[in-house]
Write a protein that binds this ligand. Structure first.
Ligand code: FAD
Ligand code: UDP
Length: 369
């Protein structure tokens, strides 16, 4: 029995669901409130350069099945993310590794670096880390915390490091080798031709109809009644009309310039880790694909508070919000027609590989017969 499936949101999660359902012959309608598909991984060509409109996206995973899956839709280049940090004009390598330690302290061996970190950790008397500040000092010591973490993090999240969960900083590797690769994953790269092409390929099927500029909440009752299943990838609290209160998100403002020069900053990502610079990072898009165009495009990223109507780029997964989310999740699980997924539907700080993994698992668990 073929079903009518409604997918709300054409980001990675919704598009995978649509693709898999269409392959089985189901009839899929994808609605998207923006004027383009792709969600936050959307890229478009500007001046011959793939421009990451909603922030830099680097694909990385250790999951072979996820890597094979995404490679059906694109060929990936050999880009390895190695951001640098600019702290008041001092340049450091990220993530925290022997290059960082050596520049900061003049140490040359892993043993010397470990001793330095251990001394700083001890002088703060930190046991089991209770928040991001304690976690950071216990991983890399107080010098790195002060220069490379504290202000960047407080700009990014709009709150003190002592009020943030430790897990956020554990996303970054700490290494005692001279290795500037930002990720530990086995596979990494940028899709040649951009991310939007991946989504377009996923949605290329006679069984899929895509409707842009269409907000689910403008017509919820009718859209739901016409569907056998709904895959919802928008904000979970909005779906339930904020019944248990609003979840908090963090938003971003992007300031982009096309420059009449070939190479602005010599790296794809430069983080500004001082307190005074209002933006957190500058992305130079061409370096994700080793471009040699005459012009370049840069984007400054300014974190901002989120209010209704802004783009909810990051969930704020602290204890308070997670508790509210748990209530929504319970409600979500009781809806048998609607599946909630993706970064906003699950209110989780998911990277792309995790979204693919979750979408494929959820699709596999779905009974569509
Ligand atoms: P989204 O991409 O948010 O898609 C949801 C879609 O639903 C959107 O298109 C939205 O417009 C639509 N929608 C929402 N509500 C409605 C509604 N009511 N009606 C109709 N449509 C609706 N991940 C990595 O792996 N590597 C990176 O380097 C990386 N960098 C990132 C940088 C930034 C600045 C951000 C914000 C994220 C980054 N990510 C990165 C994470 C990545 O963007 C996500 O994992 C992925 O895009 C999530 O896909 P999704 O489908 O869950 O959500
Ligand atoms: N971070 C930091 N200094 C940096 C880069 C990252 O302190 O130069 C911290 C910051 O708290 C950030 C977290 O590490 O929120 C995760 O960084 P990541 O680059 O994974 O963030 P994203 O790309 O998702 O914004």
């Amino acid at each position: 029995m073929k079903k009518n499936i409604l997918v709300v949101g054409s980001g990675l999660y919704g598009s995978i669901f649509a693709h898999e359902a269409a392959k089985l012959g189901h009839k899929v309608t994808v609605i998207e409130k923006r004027d383009h598909v792709g969600g936050n991984i959307y890229t478009k060509e500007v001046e011959g350069i793939q421009f990451h409109q909603y922030g830099a996206h680097i694909f990385h995973t250790s999951n072979k099945a996820v890597w094979d899956y995404v490679n059906q839709f694109a060929e990936f280049n050999r880009y390895t993310n190695s951001p640098i940090a600019n702290y008041n004009g001092e340049i450091y390598n990220l993530p925290f590794n022997m290059n960082t330690f050596s520049k900061l302290w003049g140490v040359t061996t892993p043993e010397e670096a470990r001793i330095k970190i251990e001394d700083q950790r001890k002088s703060f008397g930190i046991g089991e880390p209770k928040n991001l500040e304690e976690q950071a000092i216990s991983l890399v010591g107080s010098d790195i915390y002060e220069k490379l973490i504290k202000s960047y993090t407080e700009k990014q999240w709009g709150r003190k490091c002592t009020e943030l969960p430790a897990f956020i900083i554990k996303r970054l590797p700490v290494r005692f080798t001279y290795d500037n690769n930002y990720f530990n994953d086995r596979y990494q790269g940028i899709p040649i031709g951009g991310y939007t092409r991946i989504i377009e390929k996923m949605l290329e099927s006679p069984n899929i109809e895509v409707k842009l500029d269409t907000d689910f909440f403008a017509n919820q009752a009718e859209l739901e009644s016409n569907a056998d299943k709904v895959i919802y990838t928008g904000m979970i609290d909005q779906y339930f009309d904020y019944k248990y209160g609003e979840l908090e998100y963090r938003s971003l403002k992007f300031e982009t310039e096309v420059l009449d020069e070939e190479n602005y900053q010599g790296n794809a990502v430069v983080n500004y880790t001082d307190e005074k610079t209002e933006f957190t990072r500058i992305i130079e898009h061409k370096h994700f694909e080793f471009g040699n165009q005459e012009k370049t495009i840069i984007t400054r990223e300014y974190p901002s508070d989120w209010k209704k109507g802004d783009e909810p780029y990051y969930p704020v997964n602290d204890e308070k919000n997670n508790k509210v989310f748990e209530k929504y999740l319970k409600l979500a699980k009781s809806q048998n027609k609607v599946i909630f997924g993706g970064r906003l539907g699950m209110y989780k700080y998911y990277d792309m590989h995790k979204v693919i993994e979750e979408a494929l698992i959820a699709f596999g668990n779905l009974e569509l017969s």
